[in-house]
Design a protein around this ligand. Sequence first.
Ligand SMILES: Cc1ncc(COP(=O)(O)O)c(C=O)c1O
Length: 461
Amino acid sequence: MTTEFDLGALLAERGAERYELHTKYLNPQLPRMLHTIGFDKVYERGEGAHFFDADGNDYLDMLAGFGVMGLGRHHPVVRKALHDVLDAGLADLTRFDCQPLPGLLAERLLAHSPHLDRVFFGNSGTEAVETALKFARYATGRPRILYCDHAFHGLTTGSLSVNGEDGFRDGFAPLLPDTAVPLGDLDALARELKKGDVAGLIVEPIQGKGVHEAPPGYLRAAQELLRRHKALLIADEVQTGLGRTGDFYAYQHEDGVEPDLVCVAKALSGGYVPVGATLGRDWIFRKVYSSMDRVLVHSASFGSNAQAMAAGLAVLSVMENEQIVAGVRRTGDLLKARLTALVDRYELLADVRGRGLMIGIEFGRPSSLKLRGRWTMLQAARKGLFAQMVVVPLLQRHRILTQVSGDHLEVIKLIPPLVVDEADVDRFLTAFTAVMDDAHSGGGLMWDFGKTLIKQAVANR
Ligand SMILES: Cc1ncc(COP(=O)(O)O)c(C=O)c1O
């Protein structure tokens, strides 16, 4: 008998039990939901913007693992960096030395936001947000953080306190005493700031839920208001950062926006290693870490680990060498233009919005009587069912993975790996057009599936 651990043998022996193991030991609603919508596939391998099932069928990934696979799966440069860092046998995480990789990654990351000076490395998006909330409070000496309606900043308790959707918050109270303002509403922001207890405003330049952009000029004007009241602007770039929207950071779309704190995570490590980073101004860090006694006042056991740092350095290097941001602009513009051209053709298609490779497709009430009846029936059961009716055949019939962009939203969000090409855009448009043709024909499999969804929605009430 061998005592060695053999991963290949384990997967060969027990990989087929994956759905049962989840049902038995993990969140049981995941396999349940996947069975219900027929998403219970077995994927064997991934490469770039595609993954493959056991029969070798190729799937187009328009979700990128909720955005972590910025460079697609298994980019050779990131993969090699990880092999190299393991092979280097570093004395990592001694915690009482200064390793070179965190400093090098901070230096490289900060080059993309020259007005910022320092970085805290954690392990996830929500941790990057928690760090920003704590730093803003400590640095300003004020307790309250403002956030936007419909915002998503992560699901740990601090981040949950600045979450703009009740569905995530309900049942977890009491949360921190923070206050929501509508995205784009400067008067509401000014009213709250006047109370004098606000540490900062946290904002996604493009909201992940629903793909809503901050209106032109809002971030700049909000920044001025915040400065006037000595409060901080916190940009949550966990999803929008690292090229996603056609700029390195989405806040850079507009001149003159210089957030005091910027949260980064997801794509920074190429999808391999959990990582988060909070970038900020020197004075904020100096205040939080104001003495030797406070050296560990905010820290994380796995923060700055060598694998995450090496992967991050490799990702930034690939982004530069392969001109990823310019590519995102090109492919994103093409995808958005081709989708926008369909709005006049399909009465169920209401809007196409977003920037770069973060695109929202919104469905809306059709004008013809025939479709309106069906639409109204779906809406009465649950908002968001039509979008689900589109997502399902995109995977089932066309092998394209997408997602509904939030609970009760008739919006599909496309956040593919940034390396998708014109052929992928063509494939998506062909599939989407076929699904929309089907929906507008008013009959067929798609509306039958809609009835199944209605039954489930009603049964779940
Ligand atoms: C804007 C934004 N902030 C924070 C988070 C939380 O990141 P994580 O899931 O890594 O905790 C997300 C995740 O989707 C996000 O989109």
